[in-house]
Design a protein around this ligand. Structure first.
Ligand SMILES: O=C[C@H](O)COP(=O)(O)O
Length: 338
């Protein structure tokens, strides 16, 4: 099933894949199997070369660009994770998640009748209740960070309790952070056990494992941590909290994508991917989608298997889509939220 984005200047339409349902099947995980990652070498310069030319090689123009940007909207975990978050801010965020495009842009794209929402709204645990009420009836999942986000340096029982609290408040997805020390000391058993316990605490909520790759020192560690998280039952693997000094990058994303491809080849399970942190532009939204399509195919251009974790990317996407429709750029302050 597809929906179409009109190309007003050409009168043509181009397909955007429609959402297939409320979340893909769970990852049951498997026994810790270090043989699947311990001898896996990662060539950093090859990963950098592979990703460096992605945007330039595959430029996406006009109506195709609009279709890719609309698809990016569907994949955003619209996020607010700030110390000064309030119920009012979360309600505004959720209103934007329900209607990510101004009506005249949506109409101009020929999407007036289409239900278009972001992939989820992502908040702190104490904000989950506000988000659940604001999104009632919309079908938009509420994601909550937990486990002592962003550093995760809290006793395990408290981290698990925080997950249970967020789930009890109504969160559909839990974005956990891992103990970076377990990776830096190659203590794969401790990492596996911790994520298994978190997965159990999540119950029906989907677990998204934030690896905080900017803290993991090597791409080899990123590959190993990705694999352990999936073996422990993560439904998504996510690059970053947005609070590390280096957040989502294309080479790191490539390594994680290859890990989930390798895991899928062995287990048959499809795991989602969420680059997060520092992504602000429509151009980045397109580049990451090209990476997903080239590495994994169109199936992964869907919010069930792909999300952008971003607090401030939607504004630029909306601005570019408005330009597509009207031929003019509005001031970025007009698209201030997110
Ligand atoms: O999970 C999402 C990230 O925390 C968002 O990071 P950002 O504020 O840099 O977009």
């Amino acid at each position: 099933m597809t929906v179409d984005v009109k190309a007003p200047e050409q009168g043509k339409t181009h397909p955007v894949p429609a959402r297939t349902g409320a979340g893909h099947e769970r990852n049951p995980g498997m026994a810790l199997t270090p043989e699947m990652f311990e001898s896996h070498a990662v060539n950093r310069s090859a990963a950098e070369r592979r990703t460096a030319t992605l945007a330039a090689r595959r430029s996406v123009k006009k109506a195709y660009q609009a279709a890719w940007l609309v698809n990016a909207l569907r994949c955003i975990d619209l996020t607010t994770l700030a110390g000064d978050d309030t119920a009012a801010r979360v309600r505004r965020l959720c209103a934007k998640a329900r209607n990510p495009l101004a009506p005249h842009i949506k109409e101009g794209l020929g999407l007036g009748d289409m239900s278009l929402t972001t992939g989820a709204a992502c908040v702190y645990p104490t904000m989950v209740g506000h988000a659940v009420r604001a999104l009632d009836g919309s079908g938009i999942p509420v994601a909550s960070v937990a486990t002592g986000f962003p550093a995760g340096l809290m006793p395990l029982n408290l981290r698990l309790e925080e997950i249970r609290y967020a789930v009890a408040e109504g969160a559909d997805e839990i974005d956990i952070v891992i103990t970076r020390e377990h990776v830096l000391t190659a203590n794969w058993q401790a990492l596996y056990d911790e994520i298994c316990a978190m997965r159990e605490a999540c119950g029906p909520a989907h677990l998204k494992a934030i690896l905080a790759t900017g803290d993991l020192q090597t791409l080899r560690n990123t590959y190993a941590a990705s694999m352990v998280a999936m073996q422990a039952g993560a439904d998504f693997i996510k690059t970053s909290t947005g609070k590390e000094s280096v957040n989502a990058t294309l080479p790191v994303s490539l390594v994680m994508i290859r890990a989930l491809r390798d895991y899928g080849a062995v287990t048959g399970h499809r795991i989602g991917f969420k680059p997060a942190g520092g992504m602000k532009s429509a151009k980045e939204a397109i580049t990451w989608q090209i990476l997903m399509k080239e590495e994994l195919g169109r199936e992964w251009l869907n919010p069930d298997l792909f999300r952008f974790g971003a607090s401030s990317m939607l504004g630029d996407i909306e601005r570019q889509l408005e330009h597509h429709v009207t031929g003019r750029y509005a001031s970025s302050s007009r698209h201030a939220i997110a």
